[in-house]
Design a protein around this ligand. Structure first.
Ligand code: BGC
Length: 375
């Protein structure tokens, strides 16, 4: 049961997701691309070994995006390509990204890799790319409601959500073996397709316990529209947590855990709880950001997810190399990511849950994070 939906489907929520039953296939299946014309899959032709590759990233809403820019610039250069790596600005993100993609098409990019700032606002630009004969790869975030996306490459986002839901439970049980446990739920920005997928993954684990009454959402806010944090912004998460504390936890009620979809929001939630003078609940996260790994080692944030950006970028560059040579890139999922217009062939990497217990092992080969785990 893993149909990962368009944003609109994601917004319908968990109940809808649970009714979608599609077997998960792990077979590796090739696809030919280098298509010409909207939505068509023409035979692979390959292109010049020093062709221009465009990379359009969203604004720097978390460390993984900051890392990705340099990794793409260097990785594509090493592979012999020219590159044009752009970030959407901090405020006019959608218009910026649309203009950047159009400019890449005009400059003749053969592949355009896109980390969408708004999943549903790029159909015109990807249609332009396809008409110009470029291959479109959705990177980390799916682009929805268009047939003009050739491939999707990401860590398995539904799995990320499941791991977060499970970590929340494990963390709470470790502190207080018997339920019921009182929690609050947070989700990411509504314009990012991943937000619904993470949330639905987490609810896949939590919902049965909520239904049984073992897990209680103190505020009663379980709808993704109530839990969403616009723009993935720390200040918005902090504000929501501040109001939840005032509305629901100003008496003797204890908050045992908070489902946070990423590290930036986790730290904002922890800041809010600390300034209210409350005990820090079990808070999940994602991205292995430096400050969150420090917080985990200090016993504050409970968990994060290791989605090694170096691996994701390297695999994306491999995809580009295959396309350049006229070969079908490696795909390992042809079922899960229906974007509303087609099921996008995907290459998914496995995410890893990290708590204080396995941090040293998880980051052993990461020169930036490994030293933080030495105790
Ligand atoms: C990414 C997360 C990230 C979030 C905010 C998501 O699409 O998958 O890793 O935390 O965007 O930048």
């Amino acid at each position: 049961m893993r149909k990962y939906l368009t944003r609109s489907l994601a917004m319908i929520g968990v109940a809808a997701l649970l009714t979608l039953s599609t077997a998960c296939s792990n077979e590796r299946e090739g696809e030919t691309t280098a298509g010409t014309g909207t939505g068509s899959a023409a035979p692979a032709k390959g292109f010049a070994a020093d062709a221009l590759i465009g990379v359009a990233l969203p604004s720097k809403t978390s460390e993984n995006w900051v890392l990705a820019g340099d990794l793409f610039t260097n990785g594509l250069k090493e592979a012999g390509f020219q590159s044009d790596v752009q970030y959407a600005g901090a405020s006019t993100t959608v218009a910026d990204q649309q203009a950047q993609i159009s400019a890449m098409v005009t400059k003749g990019a053969k592949v355009i890799v896109i980390g969408a700032t708004d999943a549903a606002q790029l159909s015109t630009q990807v249609a332009q790319a396809k008409q110009a004969g470029a291959v479109v790869i959705a990177y980390d975030r799916l682009i929805v409601n268009t047939a003009d996306v050739d491939y999707y490459i990401a860590f398995d986002n539904f799995k990320v959500g499941q791991l977060q839901g499970q970590a929340l439970l494990d963390g709470m049980k470790a502190k207080k073996p018997e339920g019921p446990w009182t929690v609050e739920l947070f989700s990411g920005s509504p314009d990012d397709n991943n937000s619904g997928v993470f949330f639905n993954g987490a609810m896949d684990v939590l919902k049965p316990l909520i239904d049984k009454g073992d897990v209680v959402v103190g505020s009663g806010q379980t709808d993704i529209k109530q839990t969403a944090i616009q723009g993935w912004k720390a200040e918005n998460a902090q504000q929501r947590m501040d109001s939840l504390l005032t509305s629901t936890y100003n008496g003797s009620k204890t908050l045992d855990g908070v489902l946070s979809p990423n590290d930036t929001l986790a730290r904002a939630i922890i800041t809010s709880v600390k300034s209210a003078g409350k005990d820090i609940p079990v808070v999940t996260g994602q991205d292995s950001e430096v400050e969150s790994v420090k917080s985990i080692m200090a016993g504050e944030q409970y968990s994060t997810i290791n989605k090694d950006t170096r691996k994701l970028v390297a695999e994306t560059v491999n995809m580009v190399k295959s396309l350049q040579a006229g070969n079908a890139p490696t795909i390992n999922d042809t079922n899960s990511y229906d974007n509303g217009s087609k099921v996008v062939p995907a290459y998914l990497l496995p995410p890893v849950i990290v708590t204080k217990d396995n941090a040293a092992e998880s980051y052993a080969n990461d020169p930036k994070l490994a030293p933080l785990t030495q105790q």
